[in-house]
Design a protein around this ligand. Structure first.
Ligand SMILES: Cc1ncc(C[n+]2csc(CCOP(=O)(O)OP(=O)(O)O)c2C)c(N)n1
Length: 662
């Protein structure tokens, strides 16, 4: 058998596993695996460094299938290469409940999947983060320990999505030369030919952002190999534009949108078997071909052993630190640093904006956690995310700890997911809360993938003032609270900011958003408590000796208003209590008893938050009083805005009295 014949059989094994799995599931996308099988065969049998017996080997190359609808390409590869989690039964269970072979690749379902893909373009963004992470780790631990490539297979859809522009321009700027994107250039998307909707010269676009670009025939294994070889020695990231035929091998459907996302149908499956000379039963890969794949799966075993030797030769401190960071454990000094600072704050009781509080907290935490990587989407001076420890990361020097992401919220959030997935670091960002909308798809995926990424989002309400309604979050608290498994924090003062940072860092299986103010806030917590009170999500900040007639619930900057209202009510002889609610999600995790005790039995319950009411009925009931926003904000000085929208202590007191008298 010639090398070409062997290659074709190996590629056909991918094609037919995909065809048969989609046929059996009666749903899925056969077109991409059939079209990209040659590319994948070359990449995985000649280039990719990986070890199926150790899927999480830290120095493996990463492969991201950005065009996640082509998931059967990845599942076929993982089965053929011998990944334990991807058995033939899993392939046969494609798209069924509980299977590792979900409709789109999902991180955590089976080892060998590097990231969740499906929303087009996200994988590309993740890959930029993976490649950034590789360079950061290489700068810290050296090429003996960290030296791997990030490969991406992206489709037309990935390149058409806006996120691709943010991702690629950043990658070009940072000269991520170990990032290699292979574009499955088949000219077809769901509605038909790509020419229906797009005329971009993609190579020119990538070149304009500093990429190396190569064009090849995506069905010619030698040409693909030559292109990857050239890409590996490039000093910039590389786009390999690989011309392919979607649904390659299907006599009637190849090259059409009919094969993108539907089973071929029995007749066409039979015709394709005939055309590609694959006379085998469904799911049957002949031994000779399966063996060839399994041997390819062993290809990097020696490289892995060599790496283990090099790693073992590092000093014990380096090894321990590398392993600790990869495990995601926080360093030993973390808790003491939090505690010491909390004591100091209880003495100082500083008045400050929570964005400034966050900066002060980060100054303490960045000192003891060397693996935090900070950044901002061009709002460093506003987000206060940079500290003395975090020197800028530049294209020439990745020893720094601060990424100037540019004005690229979506690309930033997707890349941060990639950095977290890579392991060895804790990325945190900076941006305006209003623009959480610009990165929401990536925030959602961070939650779905259970990744510890931390987003500092400042200017969190009308309290930002003059910039006006385009910049004033209103529905954003509710919208972020709505994302399952994402922790949305809105701390009320400097101590709560410290506690929320602690919680965000200690939660290694979920993303967090810290919503922080532009305006100054007085300290609400005036005595030292060892316990992290924010960990309960909501807690009684000011209690009442008598049965409280009124309970005031508030988050963030509005806790100050609630506390002021409490003072006025006390003067009027009305017993009241104040509950601070920094995190809805954590509150829901508490026991029923705790929740009932915090909510209490006051006849009048009032919530104060400079956002929409959605979610607060949980605390105040539908007959409760909500003092907040009903629509968009306005441009003006912030104190005037609070008056204008009636979010004041006077309003809360008046409402309390009116309800008590009613
Ligand atoms: C953000 C996003 N929008 C829409 C979709 C739905 N969708 C899945 S595949 C696809 C077409 C992609 O075309 P292409 O990348 O060329 O894939 P191919 O047809 O080559 O398989 C679309 C619109 C999606 N998955 N993600």
């Amino acid at each position: 058998m010639t090398d070409l014949e062997k290659h074709q059989r190996m590629a056909n094994a991918i094609r037919f596993l995909a065809i048969d799995a989609v046929e059996k599931a009666k749903s899925g996308h056969p077109g991409l695996p059939m079209g990209a099988a040659d590319i994948a065969t070359v990449l995985f049998t000649q280039f990719l460094k990986f070890d199926p017996t150790s899927p999480n080997w830290a120095d493996r190359d990463r492969f991201v299938l950005s065009a996640g609808h082509g998931s059967m390409l990845l599942y076929s590869l993982l089965y053929l290469l011998g990944y334990e989690d991807f058995t033939l039964d899993e392939i046969k269970n494609f798209r069924q409940i509980g299977a590792r072979t979900a409709g789109h690749p999902e991180f955590g379902h089976g080892e060998g999947i590097e990231t969740t893909t499906g929303p087009l373009g996200q994988g590309l963004g993740n890959a930029v983060g993976l490649a950034i992470a590789e360079k950061l780790q290489e700068a810290r631990f050296g090429t003996e320990v960290v030296d791997h490539f990030t490969y991406v297979l992206a489709g037309d859809g990935c390149l058409m999505e806006g996120i691709s522009q943010e991702a690629l321009s950043l990658a070009g700027h940072l000269k991520l030369n170990k990032l290699i994107v292979i574009w499955d250039d088949n000219g077809i998307s769901i509605d038909g030919a790509v020419s229906l909707t797009d005329s971009t010269d993609q190579a020119a676009r990538f070149t304009a952002s500093g990429w190396n670009t190569i064009s090849v025939d995506g069905h010619d294994p030698d040409a693909i190999a030559a292109a990857i070889r050239q890409a590996q020695s490039s000093d910039s990231p590389t786009l390999i534009a690989a011309k392919t035929t979607i649904g390659f091998g299907s006599p009637k459907k190849a090259g059409t949108n009919g094969v993108h996302g539907s089973p071929l149908g029995a007749d066409e499956v039979a015709a394709t078997r005939e055309a590609l000379n694959w006379p085998h039963e469904p799911f049957d890969v002949p031994n000779e071909t399966l063996d060839a794949w399994r041997i390819a799966g062993l290809r990097s075993a020696q490289a892995h052993k060599d790496w283990e030797k090099r790693f073992a030769a590092q000093d014990s401190e380096t090894r321990a630190e590398f392993e600790r960071r990869n495990r995601g454990d926080l360093p030993a000094g973390f808790k003491a640093a939090v505690d010491d600072y909390k004591k100091l704050l209880a003495e100082d009781k500083p008045t400050m904006a929570t964005r400034k509080a966050s900066e002060a907290v980060l100054g303490v935490l960045n000192e003891v956690i060397p693996e935090t990587i900070g950044g901002s989407a061009d709002l460093t001076g506003s987000n206060n995310t940079k500290t003395t420890q975090t020197l800028p990361i530049t294209p020439e020097d990745f020893s720094g700890r601060y990424l100037h992401w540019g004005i690229r919220e979506h690309g930033m959030a997707a890349a941060m997911n990639g950095m977290a997935l890579h392991g060895g670091m804790i990325p945190y960002s900076g941006g305006f809360l209003i623009f959480s909308d610009y990165c929401r798809p990536s925030l959602r995926l961070a939650a779905l993938m259970k990744q510890r990424v931390i987003h500092v989002m400042t200017h969190d309400s009308i309290g930002l003032g003059e910039d006006g309604p385009t910049h004033q979050p209103v529905e954003h608290f509710a919208a972020l609270r709505a994302i399952p498994d994402l922790q949305f924090f809105r701390p009320a003062d400097v101590t709560e900011t410290l506690e929320c940072w602690q919680l965000a860092l200690e939660t290694d299986d979920a993303p967090s958003v810290l919503a922080l103010t532009r305006q100054n806030l007085i300290a609400q917590r005036t005595s030292y408590e060892e316990e992290n009170l924010c960990a309960r999500g909501a807690y009684v900040l000011i209690d009442s000796d008598d049965d409280a007639a009124v309970t005031l619930f508030a988050s963030g900057s509005e806790v100050e208003i609630a506390a002021e209202a409490h003072g006025q009510l006390a003067s009027a002889g009305i017993a009241a209590r104040v509950v601070s609610v920094p995190c809805f999600e954590l509150f829901e995790n508490q026991s029923a008893d705790y929740k009932a005790a915090v909510i209490g039995t006051s006849p009048v319950r009032i919530a104060i938050e400079a956002g929409i009411r959605m979610g607060w009925d949980r605390f105040i009931g539908e007959n409760g009083v909500f003092i907040g926003m009903k629509g968009f904000g306005a441009s003006g000085p912030y104190k005037a805005l609070y008056e204008h929208f009636g979010i004041t202590a006077d309003a809360a007191v008046a409402a309390a009295k009116a309800h008590l008298e009613a």
